[in-house]
Design a protein around this ligand. Structure first.
Ligand SMILES: [Zn+2]
Length: 223
């Protein structure tokens, strides 16, 4: 059986990594999963050097990790750039953990409304008729795209971590509930809204909201 502190989840650090570092030293988890919004003024590894090598570190991006551009580069070009869980399912401490970073953005897709764009490819094709170069701006990179959400939905997992909340929260989105149900997960951990709570949604799926800079274990209990 998996121990409840074998994986820890870190709510939006917003530059404060001290609780994460002390929780890793105290609990010695096999892995930690960071739920987004880091506000990195220097590369990620510079904040958490003392726990690198002591535990496996995984992360998803939040909306604050795309603006300003230095925040983006300090995460996506950091030494931990390969540890992104976004749009993946990874076996972590014996659990299949899936990640969905980013946020729902009105100019791309704001469920339950219909998507404005299905895919990045289509968006780039159309918009490059008016502008060049045809690269995706950081704002658009921060969005949850329908096509990517649909691809992730085809996979199976035990736990889903997201930056956005499911409908369990008044600012949550039904598309997260739908994703969790289709993937067959038993738990969802999310950040973004700076609130710690535990509740259930459809199919008895447990949702754990994690407060900013808070660390919780697999039971959703604060460490
Ligand atoms: Zn956020």
């Amino acid at each position: 059986m998996t121990k409840k502190r074998s994986v820890l989840f870190a709510g939006d650090p917003h530059g404060n990594f001290a609780p994460l570092i002390s929780a890793v030293k105290q609990c010695q988890p096999e892995a930690v999963v960071l739920l987004g919004d880091y506000d990195l003024k220097k590369p990620l590894q510079d904040y958490i050097q003392s726990i690198i090598g002591k535990t496996k570190i995984w992360w998803i991006p939040g909306n604050h990790d795309f603006d300003p551009p230095e925040h983006y580069h300090n995460l996506f070009s950091s030494q931990l750039s390969g540890q992104s869980l976004h749009l993946k399912v990874i076996n972590i401490a014996g659990l299949r953990i899936a990640g969905l970073g980013g946020i729902f953005l009105g100019r791309v897709w704001y469920p339950p409304y219909s998507p404005k764009w299905q895919s990045k490819k289509h968006f780039i094709q159309v918009s490059s008729e008016f502008t060049s170069p045809s690269a995706l701006s950081l704002k658009y990179k921060s969005a949850i795209w329908p096509e990517e959400w649909a691809q992730l939905k085809k996979l199976k997992a035990d736990i889903l971590v997201t930056h956005e909340a499911p409908k369990s929260h008044k600012h949550g989105f039904i598309a997260i509930d739908q994703l969790a149900e289709a993937m067959g997960v038993k738990q969802v951990f999310h950040g973004h809204l700076h609130e710690h709570y535990r509740t259930e949604i459809r199919q008895g799926i447990e949702v754990v909201g994690v407060r900013d800079a808070q660390i919780v274990d697999l039971f959703g209990e604060e460490v």
